[in-house]
Design a protein around this ligand. Structure first.
Ligand code: AMP
Length: 117
């Protein structure tokens, strides 16, 4: 069940600010408030999806395409495509997901280190 009171839903509704880097019909992208890399962007769909499985199961084809097309644009705009970056979708309790609105972390700008430490 999607919780409309989660912090990313509140950002989408404009109730609290974010450091926006990109927006289109399908996604909003903003800087993580506690960055773990020189570039740390969160990309979120505008639709109400609680996690990766909810999004990949229930989003329309247009929403899924729009999301991933936007990811490539954002990564290019942030200058992290050439040297590479890490994308992470923490999912559920074991995945360490803190905010229950699907989001993809894009981490780059320096070597990110071991995948899990
Ligand atoms: P996750 O553990 O994958 O759910 O990651 C949630 C991320 O959201 C964390 O990296 C937080 O630092 C980040 N975060 C929480 N609140 C905000 C906020 N208001 N603006 C930007 N990033 C946030």
């Amino acid at each position: 069940m999607y919780d409309p009171k989660n912090i990313f839903a509140r950002i989408l509704r404009g109730e609290i600010p974010c450091d926006k880097v990109y927006e289109d019909d399908f996604v909003l992208a903003f800087r993580d408030i506690a960055p773990k890399a020189p570039v740390h962007i969160l990309v979120i769909p505008k639709g109400a999806y609680s996690d990766l499985i909810d999004f990949s199961t229930h989003a329309s084809g247009a929403e899924i395409e729009g999301f991933f097309r936007a990811v490539s644009k954002i990564a290019a705009e942030q200058g992290i495509v050439g040297d590479g970056f890490r994308s992470i979708a923490n999912t559920g309790d074991h995945g360490g997901q803190e905010v229950p609105h699907f989001h993809l972390h894009l981490l780059g700008g320096a070597p990110i280190g071991p995948m899990v430490s």
